[in-house]
Design a protein around this ligand. Structure first.
Ligand code: HEM
Length: 635
């Protein structure tokens, strides 16, 4: 009894000590927030929450959501893990464009003000990258994405110029080819022909397409689609990498190991490999196998590149791609290169990051653009007219990087891509942190002071849907006074804000030697002012793969819509035979059901690392002229 009494008193003491500590930390953070001059809200959950809340928030907030009055409360939204995606507009309207969330463990700042965003992205030493948040992707060691300061500069000086004009023209060629091969892969699916193809989910196909493009244009290794003959690879075959035949100690192909690693990467962030090795779970064993094999594949690829370089192969031979300059840098030593070198391990970590950062991002934009175009048939018809006027009847191998790409970008294809990037940026928040003294931030004629250690999210969704910065009209889909929560590519043809900024969107702040001139983006489409359109971030840490991604997405959309139209599969509501007998009004009514369902699915997307749709909506590709619903929307 006495022992139990001591235990209870001891436990009570510990809880009291913990509570006092938390309260004193909260008080400290509240004083800092008060003196910052920014609006703030207090929350027990950190603005950027830890793993425990990530894992459990659904139980608490999901239950609370069932209690209808709670839906108008602000605090559950503040505590929501996916706040930046679901409530960016509401939070901005309630708390302003720049606001703080103060908790015992953190001061968090969200920003959707353009003037402040420019300072946050260009004052690189005042607002640095919180590299600790990137531990999840750091599986092969520090890389360009996950380092700061001088170490990052060294990576960036080598990696960014590797995305050269020559690599981009390889991306163009390879994306056209992959676009055609993706269509062929669809036509080989059960029940499909080359004239009529039902695809349950285009997402895994655009992911494969993006992986193939990076692999070929970035690493010089061509990949095949399921069902393609390995003979087609000719001298480009690299066992295990792009063939089913494995060599050495490999038990998985490169694609298999990469897929496993990407799907279960979270485990590597939570547990060290030494602990996972002792885990009894099959999943962990498979993940470790994939991890080691991926590492092995990347080092084999570096050696292959090294050999190719020694044999004097050039870009024209298709191998001096993005990875070439990285491997070359690993031949230099710190002493004789004025710091322009990479270690062999860094070649592997940077190669992995290029693949990781450039794969699902571009794939998601291609996938979502397809779905939006299937929902909005009138806009799809506009896109096709534009493609026809630019490319005429020329075959794909005559489409030119130098002329056609720029024209496609400055027309409806570019507008479709940009609108998808505006509405659904794959990276919804760009994180920064104040490491040293509090930092002044000036916007709207006032200067505030961002407290030390503040975790910052530049809210891409917040600013990219902020009516203050974008031309808009009343929404046709909701009762909102603006249509910035809707997918309207015509936003990019508005002349209202043209000329507000004469430079291109995100070239400024690039490091020396970076290639930024592959095609002119200032002639044709709306050029948003700086700090307003941030899918690729801005400033020194902007995405070096921006052109790569733009070229890829444009090429793939052009290839598909030159020959095909895309419609939602609405057989859930009516069979093909029933649709055949329907008049235009009846067809429109059925299609509307598909549109509503597809829009809901898109809106329910979630951002774990990248913003992604959960679930799928089936679509049907048909040769142009053979559509079932297009004529209901287009005269
Ligand atoms: C639609 C496609 C893409 C989007 C929306 C996108 C977006 C971004 C953003 C927002 C950042 C900054 C992240 C941060 O500060 O935390 C970034 C960085 C980066 N991206 Fe991309 N990206 C895309 C495609 C690509 C591609 C195709 C590649 C390479 C092939 C690539 C390679 C990188 C790298 C290496 C970084 C790190 C740069 C640094 O920290 O200096 N990205 N990207």
């Amino acid at each position: 009894m006495i022992v139990l009494g001591y235990f209870v008193v001891g436990l009570g003491g510990l809880v009291l000590f913990w509570l006092t500590n938390k309260l004193s930390a909260l008080n400290c953070n509240i004083s800092a927030a008060k003196s910052s001059g920014l609006p703030y809200r207090i929350s027990i959950i950190d603005g950027v929450p830890g793993y425990l809340w990530l894992a459990t928030h659904d139980i608490f907030l999901g239950t609370l959501h069932k209690f209808t009055p709670s839906r108008s409360w602000l605090w559950p939204k503040i505590a929501h893990v996916h706040r930046s995606w679901h409530y960016a507009q509401e939070m901005r309207e309630a708390l302003g464009e720049v606001y703080l969330i103060v908790s015992p463990g953190q001061i968090f700042m969200s920003c959707s003000n353009a003037e402040a965003n420019v300072q946050l992205t260009t004052r690189r030493r005042d607002f640095v990258k919180p590299v600790e948040l990137y531990a999840i992707v750091d599986v092969f060691g520090p890389s360009i994405l996950t380092t700061e300061g001088e170490e990052w500069r060294r990576h960036r000086k080598i990696v960014a110029p590797a995305f050269s004009e020559k690599s981009n023209s390889l991306v163009w060629k390879e994306s056209l080819r992959q676009g055609l091969e993706m269509i062929e892969a669809w036509s080989r699916l059960d029940g499909n022909t080359s004239g009529k193809m039902t695809v349950e989910d285009t997402a895994p196909y655009t992911a494969t397409m993006a992986l193939h493009v990076i692999s070929a244009a970035g690493f010089g290794v061509r990949h095949l689609w399921a069902g393609e003959d390995e003979e087609n690879l000719g001298s480009n075959s690299v066992p295990g990498f792009n063939t089913s035949k494995l060599i050495g100690s490999h038990t998985l192909t490169f694609k298999e190991s990469l897929k496993t690693l990407l799907h279960s990467i979270i485990w590597l962030a939570i547990f060290p490999t030494s602990l996972l090795q002792k885990s009894p779970f099959k999943l962990h064993k498979k993940l470790l196998r994939a991890f080691f094999e991926c590492h092995e594949y990347f080092s084999e690829l570096s050696e292959l590149k090294m050999k190719q370089i020694e044999q004097g192969e050039t870009t024209e031979g298709g191998t001096m791609d993005v990875m070439g300059p990285l491997v070359k840098a690993s031949q230099r030593s710190p002493e004789d290169s004025k710091g322009s070198y990479l270690t062999k391990q860094e070649v592997i970590s940077d190669s992995w990051i290029i693949l990781f950062a450039g794969h699902e991002t571009s794939a998601n934009i291609a996938h979502l653009s397809l779905l939006f175009l299937a929902i909005e048939l009138e806009k799809q018809a506009h896109l096709q007219r534009d493609i026809d006027s630019i490319l005429g009847s020329r075959p794909v191998d005559e489409w030119s990087y130098e002329i056609d790409l720029g024209r496609l970008y400055n027309g409806m294809v570019g507008a479709v891509m940009n609108e998808t990037l505006r509405l659904m940026p794959p990276i919804i928040d760009i994180p920064k942190i104040v490491r040293g003294a509090p930092q002044p931030l000036t916007f709207d004629g006032k200067t505030v002071s961002v407290p030390t250690s503040t975790m910052i999210h530049i809210s891409a969704v917040g600013v990219q849907r902020n009516p203050r910065y974008w031309p808009s009209s009343p929404s046709k889909l909701s009762n909102k006074t603006h249509d910035l929560d809707d997918w309207v590519p015509e936003h990019w043809f508005s002349s209202a804000k043209k000329g507000a900024e004469t430079t291109t969107t995100s070239d400024s702040g690039s490091e020396d030697g970076e290639n930024t001139t592959s095609f002119d983006t200032s002639d044709g489409l709306l050029v948003p002012p700086k700090g307003v359109f941030l899918p690729f971030a801005e400033g020194a840490r902007a995405c070096p793969g921006r052109r790569f991604a733009q070229v890829e997405i444009i090429a793939v959309l052009a290839v598909i819509f030159k020959t095909y139209s895309l419609e939602l599969d609405v057989r859930e509501w009516a069979s093909d035979a029933q649709i055949e007998k329907m008049n235009k009004d009846q067809r429109r009514e059925i299609y509307q059901k598909g549109m509503t369902k597809a829009r809901k699915l898109i809106a329910a997307s979630q951002s774990e690392i990248f913003l992604q749709m959960r679930g799928n909506y089936p679509v049907r590709f048909v040769k142009r002229g053979e559509e079932k619903f297009m004529s209901c929307y287009v005269e």
